[in-house]
Every structure is written in structure tokens, then in C-alpha cells.
Design a protein around this ligand. Structure first.
Ligand code: HPA
Length: 238
């Protein structure tokens, strides 16, 4: 069975809305992935789907076993990893709701790696080709995406203080809790990686509104319908 696409979703998307061919528990040298792996199919193209917070949304961001999630995708032969997630906006001009395909990331607080026992260093980046393909998928559907911008990964689980956001907004455009970890691990295993981020709130202090997690979750569910549509179209045309 050839599965070249891997999708990891977060708070906003518990199902992709594609036909599920199979669902199984995976085991990796790093433990179990956050959820069962679902194999979905559209027009004979298959993708493996993992929910990073678990099926019940019970795994907080700082406790996600990213290595197990990424390794499980890699062992299925996945070559393209697409991450869906929710972010806060660090710029007044990036007004929620919006969809961003970031071009780079900063992750100083958590660095995940498979290279524990050997000296090897990747030069981390988000995959240009996959980013472009996702942008084209969005264009085909008439979905407006912001193509570019820097993602800053915080450790979580708490949101950020206003002072932290004043610092981060100088260097980045959106803030979330997962992309840096998943991107670096995917790259270490030779897989392309890109993210589709739903901007569901202004980060703390950027607007008058204090970010509220329940509100963010609610908005993520609605906003990520667009992220899902982009991914489903990408799978269909692959
Ligand atoms: N900060 C960090 N992560 C997030 C946010 C935020 O404001 N919104 C959604 N994910």
C-alpha cells in the first residue's frame, strides 16, 4: 500500500471528511503516535492521518510525542507531511480569521530530534515545493491564503504574556505550539513538510481582546474547514 501523504491535524480538525479505508494502532521505536493512524483515500490517492492531541483532544501541546507521530508516517512511506493547526496573529494586519502557509519558523523552546546518538545537523526549512503546491490547491478552490510569514513555536500549554508577544512580534508573524517540532523531525527523516495555519485569534496584547482558549477552539473548527478543503484537494490531485 502506497501512502505518500501524511496529515497531522490539531484542535480544529478531528476528521478529514475523506473515505476512511483503514484505521490502526501504530507502534514505533519512540512509542505510540497520539492517535490511531487513519488511511484515507480520494480518487485512488491515499493519505495517512494522525490527530496530534489524540482522539479526545486530551494530549496537551508540551506532551505530544512528535517523534512517534512523525516516525509512524515515515514508516508508511510518506514523502509529504502537511500539518494543520491553529495559531495566534502577531500582526495587526493578519486579521483572524485567516489562513497562512508560513515560509519559515522559529522554535527556541523545544527542539525535537531523531539524532540522539549520532552527530548530524539539518539546515531547517519549510519545503518550498510543497508550500507552492498547497498554495495552488487553495487558489484552485478560491480560498484566500497568506503565502509567507514566520511561525514562532512556543512550548505551551499556556498562551503568552503581553510582554512575550511584544518580543515575538518583532521576529515572527504567527504563534503556535507545534510546527517547529513536526517540521524538523520530518526533515530529519527526509520528508517534505509544510503547514497550513488557521489564524483564530490575535495573540495576547495585539488587539484589545484577551485570547480565550475555548473561543480559539470554536473558531479553529470553523476556520479549518478551509485548511481541510485545501488538503483534500491536494490529495485528490496528487
Ligand atoms: N498562542 C499560541 N498558540 C496559539 C494561539 C496563541 O495565541 N492561538 C492558537 N494557537
Amino acid at each position: 500500500m502506497k501512502v505518500e501523504i501524511g496529515i497531522i491535524s490539531g484542535s480544529g480538525a478531528y476528521e478529514l471528511g475523506a473515505e476512511i479505508l483503514e484505521e490502526f494502532e501504530a507502534e514505533t521505536p519512540y512509542g505510540k503516535p497520539s492517535s490511531k493512524v487513519q488511511i484515507v483515500e480520494i480518487e485512488k490517492n491515499r493519505a495517512a492521518f494522525i490527530r496530534r492531541h489524540g482522539p479526545e483532544h486530551s494530549i496537551p501541546p508540551h506532551r505530544i510525542n512528535h517523534r512517534a507521530n512523525i516516525y509512524a508516517l515515515h514508516s508508511l512511506g510518506v514523502e509529504n507531511v502537511i500539518s494543520l493547526g491553529s495559531v495566534g496573529s502577531l500582526k495587526e494586519g493578519i486579521k483572524p480569521p485567516a489562513t497562512v502557509i508560513p515560509e519559515d519558523y522559529i522554535s527556541p523552546f523545544r527542539v525535537d530530534t531523531f539524532f540522539e546518538d549520532r552527530v548530524e545537523h539539518i539546515a531547517p526549512e519549510l519545503d518550498e515545493e510543497l508550500r507552492k503546491e498547497l498554495k495552488e490547491s487553495a487558489l484552485e478552490l478560491g480560498i484566500d491564503v497568506r503565502y509567507g510569514g514566520v511561525y514562532l513555536q512556543t512550548l505551551g500549554p499556556r498562551l503568552e504574556t503581553k510582554a512575550e508577544i511584544r518580543m515575538y512580534c518583532r521576529y515572527a508573524d504567527i504563534v503556535g505550539m507545534t510546527v517547529g517540532s513536526e517540521a524538523a523531525l520530518s526533515q530529519e527523516l527526509g520528508m517534505k513538510f509544510a503547514a497550513i495555519c488557521s489564524v483564530d485569534n490575535y495573540a495576547h496584547g495585539i488587539s484589545g481582546e484577551i485570547p480565550n482558549f475555548q473561543e480559539i477552539l470554536k473558531r479553529a473548527k470553523t476556520n479549518q474547514e478551509k485548511s481541510k478543503a485545501i488538503v483534500l484537494n491536494f490529495i485528490e490531485k496528487y
